[in-house]
Design a protein around this ligand. Sequence first.
Ligand SMILES: [Zn+2]
Length: 709
Amino acid sequence: MIRTNLIITAAVTAICGVAHAAQPASLLAASNPFAKASPLQYGYPQFDKIKDDDYAPAFTEGMRQQAAEIEAIANNKKPATFDNTIVAMEKSGQLLSRVSSVFGNLSGANTNDTFKALERDLSPKLAAHSDAIRLNGKLYARIQSLYAKRDKLNLDAESKYLLERYNTDFVRAGAKLSAADKDKLKAMNAELAKLQTTFAQNVLEEANASALIVDTREELAGMSDKAIDAAAAVAAKRGLEGKFAIPVVNTSGQANLAVLTKRATRERLMAASLTRGSHGGKFDNTQVVLQLAKLRADKAALLGYPSFAAYALEDQTAHDPEAVNKMLSEFARPAVANAKKEGAEIQQVIDKEKGGFQLAAHDWSFYSDKVRAERFAFDQNQLKPYFELNSVLTNGVFFAANKVYGLSFKERKDLPVYNPDVRVFDVIDADGKQLAIFIADFYARSNKRGGAWMNAYVSQSSLMGTQPVVANHLNIPKPNDGEPTLLTYDELRTLFHEFGHALHGMFSNVKYPRFAGTRVPRDFVEFPSQVNEMWSTQPEVLANYAKHYQTGAAMPQELLDKVIASKKFNEGFRTTEYLAASILDQKWHQLGASQIPTDVLGFEAASLKAAGVDYAPVPPRYRTTYFSHVFSGGYSAGYYGYLWSERLDADTVEWFNENGGMLRKNGDYFRKMLLSKGGTMDAMQMFREFRGRDAKIEPLLERRGLTEK
Ligand SMILES: [Zn+2]
C-alpha cells in the first residue's frame, strides 16, 4: 500500500562516502564526537556524547576536508585511472558523511531550535559544497576521459556501472554547462536549498499551531476516555488548562475523524488540517511554493529541459512525464468511479440514519467504518486490542523476517539513544553472524516530522568494510504511562512497510557506497518495502502476532477471516486521494518557467478538475502547502513512484504465491536477486532477472479493486 514515508538517503549531502583513505590533517577538536569514526560497534553514533554545538564545526571541517580531497583528485598529475579518480571520490568525505547522517536524521526525528537554525544556515552551504564538486571542470574532465574508454578498462560489472553513474550524475548536475551558466546554477541551488528548508520548517510549525482546541469533553464524544484525557494533557502542556487539544497529523485525513460523533467537531478538525499553510500567518507556504516551482522550472530550463518533471524523470525508471501521465490518467477514471460508488454507499447510511446532509470530506472515515461494520460485521475498534505494538514487532515483523530470511533479533540496552523510547536490536543472519544494527523509533513527538521513514546511519560497503546501522521512524501516538500501545491496521502495515526498507538496507551486499541498499531510483525504492507488507496478512504471521493484549488469546479465526476479506474495502478512497496528490505533484513540476501561476489554491483546484479527481469528499492525501514529500523531501515530481513501484510489488507477491508462499528458499532468492543488490545495475533489468520477465499490471489492478467494472 501507499505509505507516507520518506526515505532519507544522505538527505543533506549530495555526495557521500565513508573513507579510510589518507586523511587531510583535521582542524576539528579531538574531543568532538565526529572527529573520528565512532568507536561503537559498526560506527553506531555516540548519541550520548554528541552535543548540539558539535555539529557546526564538524560540518565546516567535513566540507573543508572533502573539498581538499576532491582538489587533490582533480589536480592529480598522473593520468586518470578508475582507482585514482572514481574510487578516490567514493572514499572522500568521511567526516562529512558521519556528521550529516546523524544531523540529517535527527533534524527530522528529534529537532529543536538549535537544529532548525543550523539547518537554515547549512542547507545553502551544503548545496554550494556539492556544486563545487559536481561543477569542477578538471574533475569532470577526468571522469569523462574514463567514461569514453569504459569498455577497455577491464572493470567488473559493478565498477563499470559506477563509472557510468558518475558520468550521468555529473552531467545532470550541470558539468557540461558554460562557466557563466554554472554560476547561475549555483545561485539557484543555494536558493532552492533555503526554500526547501523553509517549507519543511513551516510544515512542522503549522502542524503544531493547527491543533484543534475544544472547550468541552462533549465535543470530543466518540473518543475513548483515555484519548480525551490525553487531549487534556496536551492542552495543559500548551498552557490551555481545562481545554482539550487534538494535534494534526501529516496527511489531510486525521485518525480521529473515524470516531468523533459530533459532526461540527469533525468539520473543524478537517478544516484545520486542509487549510494548513494557506490561511495566512507566519507559517503560510503559498509564496514558498510559487518560488520553488519557478526556480525548479528555471533550473530545468538552464539544463535543457522543458520542465522540472522532464529533468527529474529522465533519471527514473519511468523516463519521462508522458509515461507518468499515462499511468495516472489510466488509474484516475476507475479509481474515482470506485470512490464515488463507496461514497454512494456511505450516503445510504447517512440517509438511513436521517442525517439530513450530503457526505463531506469530514464524514468519510466515520461513516465508512459503519459501512465496513455492516458489510464485514466488524469495526476497527475490535481489532486494536489484538494489535499491541511489541507483539506486532516481535511476533509479526521479526517473526516474518525469520521465516522468510532466517533472521533473528536481540534487543540490546548498552548502546546510547537520543530518546528513551528508542529501541536498538542486533540483527543476526541465518548463518549465526551479525548482519546489522536496527534502531526503532516509533512514537510521535512534537519535535518529530510527521509520517514514517527509514534511514541509514551507516551504509554497507565492502570497499569501506562497513556494515549497516539502519533505523525506522513512525508516528504512533504514545499512550499514557502504563497503557499498552494498540495499533490501527494502517499503523501496523506501516511497521511492516518501513521494515521492508530496513531489509533493503541491511541485506545490501555491494562494493561501493554509491550503490548501498536503498540508493536506487526513487520510483523503484518503494517496491521492496511494499513487498514486505504482504506478510502482515499472511495467516501464519497474523495468527502469531494478533493476540489480545490482556488475555493473550489469539484473534478469533472468524475475525481474522474478516480482516483478510475486507482488504479491498475503501480502495477507491485510498487510490483517489493518492492519485490526486500525485497529480498535483506532476502539475506543479510539469510547468515551464513562464507558466507559473500566481494563485496556489486556484491552480490546485483547476489541476484536480482537469484530471477528473476533483471529488470533494476525497481531498488529496496532501494539499500543495503541506506536501513535504515534493516541496522539501526527495520526491519532487516523484510521488507517483509509490504506485509505479506497486506494480512490481503486486507482481512479486504473485511470484511468492506461485512458488509456495512463505518459504526460506523464496526469501533467499528474493534477497540474492534483489534486496542485496542495491543500485549496482539498471533497476528494471534487476527486476527482469529476478522475475524472468517484465512486470505485469494485472495483479495491481486486481489488488486495488479496479478490475470489477
Ligand atoms: Zn516507503
